[in-house]
Design a protein around this ligand. Structure first.
Ligand SMILES: CCc1cc(N2CCCCCC2)n2ncc(-c3ccc(F)cc3)c2n1
Length: 255
């Protein structure tokens, strides 16, 4: 397993060659569009929900690894506003995954000082899903380690429209002057106001599109695409993406 850059724990020896280990930092914020779960199941003649369950195990694996190597924020696109169009049985299963994940993993998240946050329209989720999310976010809110940020019932265009409405209301109520509206001010009204912008976006399963994900926030982000299906994604694939990011940054450093 490759160990990265300057930020790995002191006791670990860097296993990557010198010109990388000294030159580029780890990406602070990595965002992942976790695609390919249905295809993974279909290849094995399993029901689609088997792919989602396996994908949840990959979330746990990658969260542990991201925590281990010192990533600051990991944003995971778990459910888009378009996903409501899927069969009810599949949506019902998906809405049960946060509980499955947190019931078994919340104690470890606490031990690892990991903070759980979410972005999206929480009110549109089933009450039982909201309850487990609220509990996990409350229990972990003072943790200062990795931020595990789940995008659920999230759509970027809806997020931007909502921000515009709130900014217009502030201007109309005299709390905000037009000349004070700039990119920094817009950031404050987005669901990611508590996060730095992503340094690296990963999308699995060979799809090469953004699917209405963080359209504003990804303006300066490095994109890395892989044919690997999300359930097959592992520490090695994750390391490959980070090394690709570090190589790009090295070249952009004007060498
Ligand atoms: C709400 C849909 C959904 C789908 C899903 N999949 C299915 C599709 C993508 C692949 C990963 C597995 N996961 N995996 C973890 C969560 C999760 C969400 C919030 C939280 F606080 C803890 C865990 C999750 N949520």
């Amino acid at each position: 397993m490759k160990i990265f850059g300057k930020k790995q724990k002191k006791q670990e020896h860097s296993l990557i060659d010198d010109d990388l280990s000294n030159s580029e930092l780890l990406p602070s914020h990595i965002a992942i569009i976790m695609d390919g779960n249905g295809r993974w199941a279909k290849k094995r003649a399993l029901p689609r929900i088997a792919g989602h369950h396996e994908g949840m195990k990959t979330v746990r694996k990658i969260a542990r690894f991201a925590d281990h190597i010192g990533i600051k924020v990991l944003t995971l696109y778990a459910f888009s506003t378009e996903n409501w169009k899927r069969p009810k049985s599949e949506v019902d299963y998906l809405m049960g995954l946060p509980e499955k994940f947190l019931n078994s993993f919340l104690p470890e998240l606490m031990e690892r000082n990991i903070r759980v946050t979410m972005m999206g329209n929480k009110e549109g989720l089933p009450k039982h899903t909201q309850a487990v999310l609220n509990n996990a976010m409350e229990k972990t809110k003072n943790n200062t380690g990795l931020i595990l940020n789940f995008a659920m019932n999230y759509g970027s265009r809806a997020e931007i429209v909502q921000a515009m409405k709130e900014i217009i209301n502030e201007v109309n109520s005299g709390n905000l002057a037009i000349e004070d509206i700039n990119e920094f001010k817009v950031n404050q009204y987005l669901m990611t106001s508590h996060l730095p912008e992503p340094d690296l976006l990963i999308r699995t399963s060979g799809e090469v599109r953004l699917s209405n994900f963080m359209l504003w926030q990804l303006a300066y982000t490095e994109f890395w695409f892989t044919d690997t299906l999300w359930p097959d994604f592992n520490e090695s694939t994750f390391s490959e993406a980070i090394t690709a990011y570090q190589n790009r940054n090295r070249r952009y450093g004007g060498l």
